[in-house]
Design a protein around this ligand. Structure first.
Ligand code: EZ4
Ligand code: CO
Length: 404
């Protein structure tokens, strides 16, 4: 029997902060799990280092479900992003070990491929609509078959998802405190329909376009935005309102037919049970890294399949290549895959991570390497020290704290 010999936590920062769990078995097989929770990285590192890793040594490495239940039910304090990200890392690492032990890519253990590749969407941004349209065209030239569009908004200093000076967008900012953004809902609601009109005019009706409202609207405002965007045939409108109150989506759903995606901050199926069961959304954005690993995401997406809700897993740069690989193996295997967010990591990331997954012709593919198919360079990790970094805090024009 293969036992867990050791479990160690690694914090590194090639381009941005990452937390990784490394599991090694008595047979000398190594598996990796992603434990990165943007802006709260060290809380998960401590949860793993202080409370989980010591419990893993000696367990049967093949008992993945049992270990998941042991950590979830066994902690008594179940759920929440910190615990569920920690459990996800253990789960991913054990599935990685299992795939490597058997010499098969993980998707083969999840039922095999259900498609040729995972349709990916890229992020087009612009400080003006003209720049945004140029960015959409560039993405099309790069092979993307679906594109998220975010642009600066006249009168607003900084807008979610839009970097200054054409730099690549990275949500977290290094520094001792979060940066502060200013938000004006009225200006946003007036501008976005006009933006979509111009983008659609420029690129034609066929390109699937997405947009992220990033939790800033009330249910009524979300309904208004959804309606105003119906003529432009969006693939999805994301995170229109904060989602602690799942019932709020009943109001939005009954007011607009725009396809809705939500859930990059979900920790488990309990955060979206009503949304799925009442068909209040079209895509669920939960990811393997933040929602309990492969074992839990499989159940969440199997439940979603019953109600015609498809996957749209979070894939921003704060999910490490290990977590992205996990999303891809699962996405390839399930029937109700929808789309995968693709925000390529900067080149420096590959100093630490070597991935078997590829992006080609608009599709991400997990590759055929055993397990998750991501190699992590232990020595290289030490060259990139953790630096405090936070997601921005958002305030209204009068200074009131708002949702970011
Ligand atoms: O806010 O990755 O759709 N993608 C997003 C991202 C998330 C960050 C959070 O860590 O909304 O920008
Ligand atoms: Co988002």
């Amino acid at each position: 029997m293969s036992r867990i010999e050791s479990a160690s936590v690694h914090v590194t920062a090639p381009g941005r902060n990452y937390v990784l769990l490394r599991v090694e078995t008595s047979d000398g097989v190594v598996g990796w799990g992603d434990a990165t929770l943007n802006g709260r990285e060290l809380a998960v590192a401590s949860y793993l280092r202080d409370h989980v890793a010591p419990l893993l040594a000696g367990l049967d490495a093949t008992r993945i479900e049992d270990t998941w239940q042991y950590l979830y039910r066994g902690s008594y304090w179940r759920g929440g992003p910190v615990a569920m990200t920690a459990i996800a890392a253990v789960d991913m690492a054990l599935w990685d070990v299992q795939g490597r032990t058997l010499g098969v890519p993980l998707y083969q253990l999840l039922g095999g491929a259900s498609r040729n590749g995972c349709l990916a969407y890229g992020h087009a941004t612009g400080e003006s609509v003209e720049d945004l349209i140029a960015s959409v065209r560039q993405h099309l030239a790069d092979g993307y078959r679906a594109i998220r569009v975010q642009s600066a908004i006249p009168g607003m200093r900084d807008v979610y998802g839009v970097p200054r000076g054409g730099a690549a967008y990275e949500p977290a900012v290094r520094g001792a405190r979060p940066t502060e953004a200013t938000w004006d809902t009225g200006a946003y609601l007036r501008f976005i329909p006009a933006m979509f009109e111009q983008v659609r005019d420029a690129v034609g009706p066929d390109v699937p376009l997405l947009h992220d409202a990033h939790h800033r609207l009330s249910p009524r405002e979300a309904s208004q935005l959804g309606r105003s965007l119906e003529p432009y045939g969006l693939f999805w409108l994301e995170d229109v309102t904060p989602v602690e109150d799942q019932a709020a989506f009943r109001q939005i759903r009954s007011s607009t037919t725009v396809p809705l995606a939500v859930g990059e901050i979900f920790s488990s199926v309990w955060d979206c049970k009503t949304l799925i069961q009442e068909r209040l959304i079209d895509f669920v954005r939960a990811s393997v890294t933040h929602a309990g690993g492969i074992s839990h995401m499989r159940k969440l997406l199997a439940f979603a399949e019953l109600y015609g809700v498809r996957s749209g897993m979070h894939g921003a740069t704060d999910i490490s290549p290990v977590g992205i690989a996990a999303n891809l193996h699962l996405g390839l295997a399930i029937n109700n895959f929808g789309i995968q967010e693709h925000m390529p990591h900067p080149p420096v990331t590959s100093d630490v991570f070597t991935t078997a997954y590829t992006f080609d012709d608009g599709y991400l593919r997990p590759g055929e390497a055993p397990g998750l198919g991501v190699e992590v360079d232990l020595d290289a990790m030490d060259r990139f020290e953790y630096q405090t970094a936070y997601l921005p805090v958002n305030r209204l024009v009068d200074g009131t704290v708002h949702d970011w």
